[in-house]
Write a new protein. Structure first.
Length: 596
C-alpha cells in the first residue's frame, strides 16, 4: 500500500488564528484531530527512534492508548510551554479535554497506588527468611522510579566488614546479608560445633581415666591393717634407735608397732578419740562363747582370722617342730628385718635384764626375752612384752601359755606352718638322734614308733592343751575349731605361697627402694628353696607295710586327720590371702570339678 504523503505544512506563527493548522516545533509536533491519522505513523517513528530497547519491551506490555496518552502528554507539555513563552494563556476546547483526561488518569494512578500501600500494610513486611525468588515482585509496594540502578555493595569505614548491603530502593530499611558474610557465619557455626564435640570428648576421656585410676587403685590396695610399715623401716638399726618411743610400762616399741602407734596418734589427733568419734577401726570387745565353745575362752586374746587387724596387734608364730619353723624365722629376721621375740634374745646373760631392749645378734634383731619356755613366757608377761610393742614377731611352741602375753588392747595374730605328720615324726627321730643327741643310738625307728621318745599327736595335744591321757574325737573337733578360728595356715611343701600369705596377713611390706626389695625377694626365694632345717644326713622314710610305718601312722592318726582338714582351710583362705596365681589355679580346679 503506498505511503501517504505527509500533510506537514510550512511553518507559520500560531498567532495567525488558524488553530486547525499544525504547529511544528524543532523536535515534537502536536496536531489536531483532523491530522491525527496522517501524523500517527510519524509519531510512532519518532517514538521508536527515541525509545531504548528496554522502553520498547515495556511499550509492548502496555495498551496503545496508554502509550499515545504518554506521548501526547509530552507534546502537550512542549506546546503549553511555547504558548506561555509567547504570552498566550488562552485554552481551547481540545486542550481543555486533554487536560481533563490527563488529570483523570493521574487521579486514578494515585488512587491505585494508595490501595496498594494499604494492602501492603495489611499483609505486613515481606518474610526475610524466604528465598529471594519467593516473591513475585519484591518492589511491588514501592513506586517505581523512572530509572533504576544496580545494587551497590558498600563498606563504610565505621561499619564492620560483614555489614552486608542495602539496596537503593530499600524504603523499609532492610539490609540483606552478603554472600561472604553468610559463608563466614556458617564457618563460625561449624567451628563452634566442632569445639563443642571436642570438649565433650575430652570430658568423657577424663572421666574414663579417673574411673580407671580409681579401679586400679582399689584393686592394687593391700587389705592390711592400718599402720602397716614397709620393710625399709624394719631393718634399719639407726632408725630403730632414733624412733624408739615410750609406751605403757615405760617400755620401748618395735618398728611395726611404732608405725602403728604413730598412725594411731595421728588418728587420735585428727578425730579426737577413737572410741567416741567412731573411727573405722572399732574398739576391741571382749569375746563371749557359748557352752559348746568354752575351750576357746583361754584363747580369747588371740584375734580371730576374720577380725579386722588393729595397729596394736602382734604377730604370733606357733612353731611346730620340724615343720619349717627355723626357715620362717630366718626369713622374717634376715630377709624382712623384723624384731623377734624367741630364745635368741637371752643369750650372753640377757635373761637377767630388768628392762626390755632390742639386741642385734648376727645381723638380726631380738628382744631380750625367751618365749620358747614357760618360765621365759612368764618373764615376758611380767615385763609387758606385748604392751611394749617392741617385738614385731613372737615365736613359741606353747600356744595356750603364750595367750597370757596378750590382752584386750594388744592381741596376738597367730599363724602356723604344717608338715605331713608322718614325715615330721620321722624327721624328729633323726634330728634327735644325730643333732640333739638326746636319744640313745640303740633306739631304732621301730622302738621309737612304739613310744620310746615319739611325740603322740603333738599338734592336736598342743592346740587343745591335752598333754596327757588319750585323745578323743571331741579333742579332735576342738583342734579343728581352733585352727579354723585362730590360725592362718601355711605348709612346708608349699613354702613360697605360705610366706606370701604370712606377709600379707600381718601387713608386712617390702622396702620402697627397688634394689632393697629385690634383695629381700631373692633372700626369701633362696631360703624357701634350700630351707634351714635340711637334714645333714640322708635317711629314708619307712615304706608302707613295714612295722615302723604302721607304728608311726598309729602315733600320728589324729594329727593326720587334722592335717587333711588344714588343707581345706588353706584352700578356703586362698580367696582372702592367696596370691593371684593361686587364685587362678583354684578357680580352674573348681570349674574342672564342676564340668566333670
Amino acid at each position: 500500500m503506498p505511503r501517504k504523503k505527509s500533510s506537514r505544512q510550512p511553518s507559520r506563527d500560531p498567532s495567525d488564528g488558524d488553530v486547525s493548522a499544525p504547529f511544528i516545533s524543532d523536535k515534537r509536533v502536536f496536531i489536531d484531530e483532523d491530522n491525527c491519522g496522517e501524523s500517527q505513523s510519524r509519531r510512532d517513528r519518532i517514538g521508536r527512534s527515541k525509545m531504548s530497547s528496554k522502553d520498547r519491551r515495556k511499550k509492548k506490555s502496555r495498551e496503545p492508548e496508554d502509550f499515545e496518552d504518554e506521548m501526547s502528554a509530552d507534546y502537550f507539555d512542549d506546546f503549553i510551554g511555547q504558548k506561555s513563552a509567547n504570552g498566550d494563556s488562552s485554552v481551547d476546547d481540545e486542550e481543555s479535554s486533554f487536560i481533563e483526561r490527563r488529570s483523570s488518569r493521574v487521579d486514578k494512578a494515585l488512587l491505585t497506588s494508595e490501595d496498594d500501600r494499604r494492602r501492603d500494610r495489611r499483609k505486613g513486611p515481606p518474610d526475610l527468611f524466604k528465598s529471594q525468588g519467593g516473591y513475585e515482585d519484591r518492589q511491588s509496594h514501592r513506586s517505581k522510579p523512572a530509572k533504576r540502578s544496580k545494587n551497590k555493595w558498600y563498606r563504610s569505614s565505621h561499619e564492620p566488614s560483614n555489614r552486608g548491603f542495602e539496596s537503593e530502593y530499600n524504603i523499609t530499611g532492610v539490609k540483606y546479608r552478603s554472600a561472604s558474610s553468610t559463608a563466614r557465619a556458617l564457618e563460625e557455626l561449624k567451628r563452634k560445633r566442632l569445639e563443642a564435640r571436642e570438649k565433650k570428648r575430652a570430658i568423657g576421656i577424663m572421666v574414663m581415666m579417673v574411673l580407671i585410676a580409681g579401679v586400679v587403685h582399689f584393686m592394687g590396695r593391700e587389705t592390711v591393717a592400718p599402720g602397716v610399715v614397709s620393710k625399709g623401716n624394719m631393718g634399719d638399726s639407726a632408725a630403730v634407735d632414733k624412733v624408739y618411743g615410750k609406751s605403757k610400762g615405760d617400755t620401748k616399741m618395735g618398728s611395726v608397732q611404732r608405725a602403728n602407734a604413730a598412725m594411731l596418734n595421728a588418728e587420735i589427733n585428727s578425730y579426737g578419740s577413737l572410741a567416741t568419734d567412731g573411727d573405722s577401726i572399732p574398739p576391741p570387745i571382749e569375746k563371749t562363747y557359748d557352752d559348746a565353745h568354752q575351750f576357746l575362752v583361754p584363747l580369747h586374746h588371740f584375734a580371730d582370722v576374720r577380725d579386722t587387724p588393729r595397729p596394736t596387734d602382734t604377730a604370733f608364730f606357733f612353731h611346730v617342730p620340724r615343720a619349717g619353723g627355723s626357715t620362717i624365722k630366718d626369713m622374717m629376721g634376715k630377709c624382712m628385718g623384723l624384731i623377734q621375740a624367741s630364745e635368741v634374745g637371752v643369750r650372753d646373760g640377757h635373761n637377767t635384764d630388768t628392762a626390755l631392749q632390742v639386741l642385734t645378734i648376727q645381723e638380726n634383731k631380738y628382744v631380750n626375752v625367751d618365749t620358747t619356755t614357760i618360765p621365759g613366757i612368764q618373764r615376758a608377761v611380767d615385763m609387758g612384752l606385748a604392751r611394749s610393742g617392741m617385738s614385731d614377731l613372737i615365736v613359741s611352741s606353747y600356744f595356750h601359755e603364750s595367750a597370757s602375753l596378750f590382752d584386750l588392747e594388744h592381741q596376738g595374730r597367730a599363724f602356723i606352718m604344717l608338715r605331713n605328720p608322718f614325715d615330721r615324726a620321722v624327721s624328729m627321730y633323726y634330728h634327735r638322734l644325730h643333732e640333739l643327741h638326746d636319744l640313745d643310738e640303740s633306739v631304732s625307728i621301730e622302738d621309737y614308733g612304739q613310744g620310746n621318745g615319739i611325740e603322740n599327736n603333738w599338734m592336736t595335744r598342743f592346740l587343745t592343751n591335752r598333754m596327757t591321757g588319750e585323745l578323743t574325737k571331741e579333742d579332735m573337733e576342738q583342734a579343728k575349731e581352733i585352727l579354723k578360728e585362730k590360725f592362718l595356715i601355711g605348709f612346708l611343701d608349699d613354702l613360697e605361697e605360705s610366706v606370701y600369705r604370712i606377709i600379707k596377713y600381718n601387713g608386712w611390706k617390702y622396702a620402697d627402694d627397688e634394689t632393697a626389695k629385690m634383695k629381700q625377694e631373692d633372700c626369701i626365694a633362696d631360703l624357701a628353696k634350700l630351707g634351714s632345717n635340711i637334714n645333714t644326713e640322708g635317711y629314708e622314710l619307712p615304706k608302707r607295710g613295714t612295722q615302723a610305718y604302721a607304728l608311726i601312722i598309729w602315733q600320728t592318726q589324729f594329727d593326720s586327720k587334722l592335717f587333711e582338714y588344714a588343707r581345706e582351710l588353706f584352700d578356703d583362705q586362698t580367696k582372702t590371702y592367696g596370691s593371684k596365681e593361686r587364685k587362678k589355679q583354684r578357680k580352674k580346679e573348681k570349674q574342672k570339678k564342676k564340668g566333670g
